[in-house]
Design a protein around this ligand. Structure first.
Ligand SMILES: [Zn+2]
Ligand SMILES: [Zn+2]
Length: 266
């Protein structure tokens, strides 16, 4: 049986359409004997409206106090990051063009963008496409380059749920870029059943990852603690195609931490 010990994509109440706390998610991971949990709340216009007059950091405090999180909690290695929306065909990630003009205690002294402020203390970032009206009419080559540019961001470790983005792109080219950058393509549990079910497409992508030699991560994309560390469909998908365990970065915590350390800028 394929051993999976890390859930690298989960949400908490910060994401607003998710329902559990960090500790509830950690306990759920511990109960299923998982070694590592990544908490990756949405960094996206889904969570807070974009403000024309400037961005207020008080809406993003969740991402600004990670230093209080224990490194290990209930025996689980706890990592903190975010799932950032890809927002244009250049592969920019949310917040890249938003100057911050108010900090937690008044006018903001640094000249950061919102993205810099939020990414600073993230262990890693997942780059995902959610709404994509901006990609309407895009060519296959443009979407391919969009994903590659997103991967090239020094904080991005994982491309999230590319199987259900609804966009057409050159899967081999994106997988090869991930391989060459030492980064990961996600096999996303919530894309394999229920309303987001795109399992045929995900199977194709997993096959191409194996053919190209690109490593994958496994994420439940849980929006409630009940779903944390439940990766049954993912395990079944990978096992059914004889996916090489050597290419599964989430087979144990040590492997995932090593990949993250090598690929993501501090
Ligand atoms: Zn969500
Ligand atoms: Zn997610």
């Amino acid at each position: 049986m394929l051993h999976l010990a890390c859930d690298t994509h989960t949400h908490t109440t910060f994401s607003r359409h998710a329902y559990s706390t960090v500790e509830e998610n950690v306990r759920a991971a511990a109960e299923l004997l998982f070694e590592l949990l990544g908490v990756t709340d949405h960094f996206s216009p889904m969570v807070h409206p974009e403000v024309q007059t400037g961005v207020d950091l008080r809406d993003y405090q969740h991402f600004l106090n990670f230093e209080v999180w224990p490194k290990t909690w209930h025996g689980v290695r706890l990592m903190h990051g975010c799932e950032a929306d890809i927002v244009d065909l250049e592969g920019h990630l949310y917040g890249w063009d938003m100057p911050v003009d108010r900090g937690l205690g008044g006018p903001y002294a640094w000249r950061d963008t919102l993205q810099e402020a939020v990414f600073r203390d993230c262990d890693y970032v997942i780059a995902s496409v959610h709404a994509h009206a901006w990609a309407e009419g895009a060519t296959r080559e443009q979407v391919t380059q969009m994903y590659i540019h997103a991967l090239e961001h020094p904080k991005v470790l994982i491309l999230g749920h590319i199987g259900r983005s609804g966009l057409d792109f050159d899967v081999d080219e994106v997988c090869a870029a991930a391989r060459d950058l030492g980064k990961l393509i996600e096999i996303n549990e919530s894309s394999l059943y229920g309303r987001h079910n795109t399992s045929d497409r995900c199977r194709h992508i997993a096959k191409r990852c194996m053919a190209v030699g690109c490593m994958v991560s496994t994420g439940s994309d849980a929006h409630i603690s009940h779903d944390v560390a439940r990766l049954d469909h993912t395990r079944e998908l990978l096992e059914s195609m004889g996916f090489s365990a050597r290419l599964v970065a989430t087979r144990d915590a040590e492997t995932f931490l090593g990949v993250c350390e090598a690929a993501v800028a501090k």
